[in-house]
Write a protein that binds this ligand. Structure first.
Ligand SMILES: Nc1ncnc2c1ncn2[C@@H]1O[C@H](COP(=O)(O)OP(=O)(O)OP(=O)(O)O)[C@@H](O)[C@H]1O
Ligand SMILES: [Mg+2]
Length: 392
């Protein structure tokens, strides 16, 4: 069998094959619709990305849509010379973003590590959108992720009819990213079984993906890199082998350093989510957001914000991401069943749900917090009453 040809052919025929399968049904599955519940970052922020590309006169690595400087500006926000405002996507230390972006321009892959809800997935998506204009080359890591999901699979109808051929090959997102010089993403890397993880070693060190069945290989084109995310709490489940770990630069995403930063993150995301869920925007919500963030931070750190009283921490993570859900849920309650203004009793049930994961131990911790901290705090009478009502 003579198999030659460029890396691009593999990806193109692979894509053609999956498109052919899609058109067999009435409509292609991936068609972009204006009413998508959650548009991809590159679509949601297309205008900002275009403005950045137009203003960006710094050198761009091969196959990058933007320079590293513009990618960092896209993530951290800023104002362009023509007045275009770039909204901050990530709120946190500038240096972290700079290191992450720079890593992608080197031959090392990027591993975003952190406790749950520290925006690892969010940052990974926005980095891919800014660097490659496409955040969808994604492998979701689970205990069931197979080697095929990382390398390639086969269209079995084609395979049985014609044997192994380029037409029968179904490339993985990683293979497509390699062939086209794009950013691939692997979510929850440490949940993937260790032997499957090791498939990535050749990809990351040799920058090639062999296809023994065809006697061929896909060589990574310049611009290819990979962003993986992993949860601190999953460590130990399938810890990364040191061989794989060495192929990554690890960037740890911290919890928001100050209450103000966390309030800003929650307010910003709630506002964006509210818009896509058609919830009315309520500027008054900020007081309630501050309260949710205070409760979460105090219970997380095991200390009241004035540093005077020690507290027990519940088993839940009480992440920023959960604070965002509590406030979004509260806004929906206020909009549909209240007077539209976010109040204590709209968030109390959500907070209780986030805090009490273990019904026995967490409930005791929560009740102690309500009776000793919430009850005594000036201006928290309404919240105390709401907490009593939902825990009754
Ligand atoms: N520092 C931050 N800046 C901006 N947004 C943040 C920040 N921290 C959390 N968020 C928000 O929290 C939400 C959840 O983040 P994300 O899902 O990326 O977390 P994660 O770290 O991947 O969590 P998990 O480990 O559970 O997968 C996102 O909507 C994100 O906008
Ligand atoms: Mg995640």
């Amino acid at each position: 069998m003579t198999v030659s040809g460029t890396t691009n052919t593999v990806s193109d025929t692979g894509r053609a094959a999956s498109e052919a399968t899609a058109t067999a049904d009435a409509a292609p599955l991936s068609e972009e619709r204006p009413e998508a519940l959650r548009p991809h970052a590159e679509d949601a922020f297309a205008e900002e990305l275009a403005a950045l590309a137009a203003a960006d006169d710094r050198p761009r690595p091969t196959n990058w849509r933007l320079s590293p400087w513009a990618v960092a500006t896209y993530l951290l926000g800023g104002t362009l010379p023509d007045g275009t405002v770039i909204t901050p996507k990530y709120v946190g230390p500038r240096r972290i973003v700079e290191v992450a972006v720079t890593t992608l321009a080197t031959d090392r892959a990027l591993l975003l590590l952190g406790v749950p809800g520290t925006a690892k997935t969010w940052v990974s998506e926005h980095l891919a959108a800014a660097v490659s204009g496409d955040s969808t080359l994604l492998v979701q890591g689970t205990a069931g992720t197979s080697e095929e999901a990382i390398r390639y699979g086969w269209n079995y109808a084609q395979l049985l009819a014609h044997g192994p051929s380029r037409d029968a090959l179904v490339p993985s997102p990683v293979m497509r990213a390699m062939a086209d010089g794009m950013t691939a993403r692997v979510e929850e890397l440490t949940r993937i079984p260790a032997d499957v993880q090791d498939t990535l070693i050749t990809v990351l060190s040799e920058k090639t993906l062999p296809i023994p069945e065809l006697g061929a290989e896909v060589q990574a084109v310049r611009g290819f890199n990979l962003i993986a995310t992993a949860n601190d709490r999953d460590r130990g489940v399938n810890e990364l082998s040191s061989a794989l770990r060495r192929r990554f630069n690890t960037v740890v995403l911290p919890l928001p350093a100050t209450p103000e930063a966390e309030v800003e993150i929650v307010a910003r995301r709630v506002d964006q989510l509210g818009t896509s869920l058609d919830l009315p925007s309520t500027p008054e919500a900020i007081a309630e957001i501050r309260r949710v963030v205070t409760v979460f931070r105090e219970l997380r750190s095991g200390m009241t914000s004035d540093g005077r009283t020690k507290l027990k921490s519940p088993s839940g993570t009480l992440s920023t991401a959960e604070a965002i859900s509590v406030v979004t849920g509260g806004l929906a309650l206020a909009a549909h069943f209240g007077d539209g203004v976010l109040r204590a009793d709209d968030v109390a049930a959500g907070i209780l749900g986030a805090v009490v994961r273990d019904p026995a131990a967490d409930r005791v911790i929560w009740q102690e917090y309500v009776e000793t901290v919430v009850r005594e705090r000036d201006g928290w009478k309404d919240f105390y009453r709401a907490c009593r009502e939902v825990s009754a």
